[in-house]
Design a protein around this ligand. Structure first.
Ligand SMILES: [Zn+2]
Length: 77
């Protein structure tokens, strides 16, 4: 009986803790906004730009982000 009561309390404790854990993760900045407003470095002029506003180019090494189309063209050629 003791083990059953302990298990019951454990289940109750977990149920009570789930909203606390979820609440903590939600207090941080929303993930979508972080990913779109993330700062990326322009490899040509070494300037940091917001990714959502950066000019992106697909390269063999992955996507590269630039502050302007001018920097993007300089990087490729
Ligand atoms: Zn640039």
């Amino acid at each position: 009986m003791r083990v059953a009561a302990l298990a019951l309390w454990l289940v109750v404790a977990i149920i009570l803790l789930i909203p606390v854990v979820r609440g903590r993760s939600m207090t941080g900045p929303p993930r979508r906004r972080v990913s779109s407003d993330e700062l990326v470095k322009d490899p040509v002029c070494q300037t940091y730009v917001v990714r959502s506003r950066a000019v992106s180019r697909q390269t063999a090494a992955g996507p590269r982000y630039f502050c302007s189309a001018d920097c993007a063209s300089r990087f490729s050629g």
